[in-house]
Design a protein around this ligand. Structure first.
Ligand code: THU
Length: 131
C-alpha cells in the first residue's frame, strides 16, 4: 500500500494549481474502508487562501463520509522527503490515529516513514479519547 499511495500522490501532484509558488505537492491517503483519496495544492490570487495537498485529500475523504483514515503519502519536488506544514500536521492529528503511518517522499524516491505523533508531538486536541 505504501507504494500505491506514493504513486497516487505523484499523479495528484500533476494537478497542482500553483501559478504563484510553482511548488507542486501531491498527497494520497488510505481509508479504513479501503478507498484511496488523493489531493494536490490549490493556490489563489489571494495568497492566504491556498489549500495544501494534504488538506485537500483529507477534506475530500471526510466529505465523502470516510471518517477513519489509516495512512497517507505526501510528495513534492524537494531535496529529500517533503516536510508537511504545521497546519496540515494539526489537521492530520484530527483525523488519523497518532501512530498512523505517513510516507514523505521526493521525486527521486527518497522516502521517510513517520507517524502523526512524531510529526506533531504534544498536539492540541479536544477529543479526550484521541490516542
Ligand atoms: N504546500 C503543501 O501543499 N503542503 C505542505 O505541507 C507545504 C506547503 C503548498 C502550499 C503552497 O501551495 C505551496 O506548497 C508553497 O507553500
Amino acid at each position: 500500500m505504501k507504494n500505491k499511495l506514493i504513486l497516487t500522490a505523484k499523479e495528484a501532484l500533476e494537478n497542482a494549481y500553483v501559478p504563484y509558488s510553482n511548488f507542486k505537492v501531491g498527497a494520497a491517503l488510505l481509508t479504513k474502508s479501503g478507498k484511496v483519496y488523493s489531493g494536490c495544492n490549490i493556490e489563489n490570487s489571494s495568497f492566504s487562501l491556498a489549500c495544501c495537498a494534504e488538506r485537500t485529500a483529507i477534506f475530500k475523504a471526510i466529505s465523502e463520509g470516510e471518517i477513519e483514515l489509516i495512512s497517507m503519502a505526501v510528495i513534492a519536488d524537494t531535496e529529500g522527503p517533503v516536510s508537511p506544514c504545521g497546519a496540515c500536521r494539526q489537521v492530520m492529528t484530527e483525523f488519523f490515529t497518532s501512530d498512523a503511518q505517513i510516507y514523505l517522499s521526493d521525486l527521486q524516491g527518497n522516502i521517510m516513514e513517520t507517524t502523526v505523533k512524531d510529526l506533531l508531538p504534544y498536539s492540541f486536541s479536544l477529543q479526550e479519547n484521541k490516542n
